[in-house]
Design a protein around this ligand. Structure first.
Ligand SMILES: [Zn+2]
Length: 445
């Protein structure tokens, strides 16, 4: 009897001792906290308006107070124990234009996590939320425009990513940025994209997190289990040669931006149970735009992350009650738990992409009018490449359906697969499972 009791005790003790199977990336994602997201959004909404043309002298109201607070946040992020983050500022004068009456000083504010691979000093990732807000009239710089969800939520997401990734040892740099003047014509993002291009930076991927905290639509509609990833199918900057290749391959669904969106879904969903990232086959909501398009215009892959349900009573509205109906983008409608879910997906995906080995180049697809598909490429010289992953999907599918893993090399033959019924992409993978973006064929032979 006594022996049995002892045995039972041993079993129950074993059962109570948790064996940690958490990976380092899961640990990073777990650090995301909704309370910090809520605090950032409340602080930003507290500036009354953050319209790009609003007051810059007040300590408590307007865009100047907001950007000084953001700059202080950037310094705090850099001062965290073990932080590798460096404060970042991109200051410029916006010339008069349709939504800017006179020359106006504009500032993008953020932090950079410098990449550790010296051979890839020019490669980077970017995540942005725009800190400017607007009222009904896009030129109204005086009325209240709390901009809690649009886009206090996106700024909070970018700062929270920086917070949890502050000491992450990535191969390439990550810019975490609060952009200005999205509502005045994507001016901040356009300046940042051009600056990075002028500096010779190669943006592997940019994500605009814009409206990432609303789960309530109209009536009883609620959606907290999904979010949308918008990306262009045909690059807005397409050369004639690229157009001919796209037409020959049927590559309308394989632009670099679309591959980025696929990657964010594939790797991001691992880090948040119960959240689906939906690959939207359009560059943005119908007739509307966002900061990611400014990066597309410079030829960089970019996507927009947004909540699934928007509520237009709460966007671009002066807070007010009309006939019992409440308007305004107030903090009351911001759902920090939902925003935290989206943040975790981007933390996971950004870690993997920023840590992954260099991708292969010059992928050639051959074997047309034969039973086999043959893929050749210029191998990456990155010594960390441990495997080659060939992604495949049937020609009617949106997301990759199969990943075929091969030893490092420069050629794969897929007997019986053929070229016509599938799409292909080639990625590099390191020992920890970090993967580059999938590179679709850049030539047909
Ligand atoms: Zn917005």
């Amino acid at each position: 009897m006594r022996v049995l009791a002892l045995l039972l005790l041993t079993v129950s003790l074993t059962a109570q001792t948790p064996v940690s199977t958490e990976t380092p990336v899961q640990a990073l994602a777990r650090k995301v906290e909704s309370s910090r997201l809520r605090r950032t959004v409340e602080r930003l909404a507290g500036f009354g308006t953050r319209h790009s043309l609003s007051d810059t002298t007040s300590e408590s109201r307007g865009v100047g107070a907001a950007r000084r607070w953001l700059a202080a946040e950037a310094r705090s992020l850099a001062a965290l124990p073990g932080s590798r983050l460096v404060p970042f500022e991109d200051r410029f004068t916006a010339e008069p234009g349709p939504r800017v009456p006179k020359p106006t000083e504009m500032v993008n504010v953020g932090v950079v996590l410098p990449g550790l691979d010296p051979t890839r000093a020019k490669d980077c990732l970017v995540v942005c939320g725009h800190y400017d807000s607007r009222a009904n009239d896009v030129m109204d710089a005086a009325s209240d425009a709390p901009g809690a969800n649009d886009d206090g939520s996106g700024v909070a997401l970018a700062l929270e990513m920086a917070y949890v990734m502050a000491s992450d040892r990535t191969a390439v740099s990550i810019y975490f940025v609060a952009t200005i003047a999205e509502e005045q014509g994507l001016l901040g993002a356009a300046h940042l994209a051009r600056r990075l291009k002028d500096e010779g930076m190669n943006v592997l991927g940019m994500v605009a997190a814009d409206c990432v905290g609303n789960v309530a639509g109209y009536g009883t509609a609620r959606e907290a289990g999904s979010a949308r990833l918008f990306s262009e199918g045909v690059p807005s900057q397409e050369t004639d040669a690229q157009k001919r290749l796209r037409e020959a391959l049927g590559g309308e669904n394989d632009s670099p931006s679309r591959e980025l969106a696929r990657y964010l879904k594939r790797f991001g969903e691992r880090y948040q149970e119960g959240l689906e990232l939906v690959l939207m086959l359009r560059r943005d909501r119908v007739g509307r735009g966002g900061d990611h398009l400014a990066f597309n215009r410079e030829g960089f892959p970019a996507a927009r992350l947004s909540e699934t349900l928007e509520n237009y009573d709460r966007q671009h509205q002066v807070p007010r009650v009309v006939n019992g109906r409440t308007y305004g983008d107030s903090t009351a409608w911001f759902d920090p738990g939902y925003c935290a879910k989206l943040t975790r997906t981007l933390v996971g995906a950004f870690h993997h992409l920023a840590t992954a080995p260099e991708p292969v180049r010059n992928v050639v697809l051959s074997g047309a009018a034969t039973p086999d598909a043959v893929l050749t490429w210029t191998p990456s010289t990155d010594p960390r490449v441990a495997a080659i992953v060939v992604y495949r999907r049937r020609a009617d599918a949106v997301a990759w359906q199969q990943d075929l893993v091969f030893a490092p090399g420069d050629r794969v033959v897929l007997p019986g697969a053929g070229t016509d019924n599938y799409f292909y992409g080639v990625a590099t993978r390191d020992r920890e499972g970090n993967e580059s973006l999938a590179v679709p064929p850049t030539r047909i032979q």
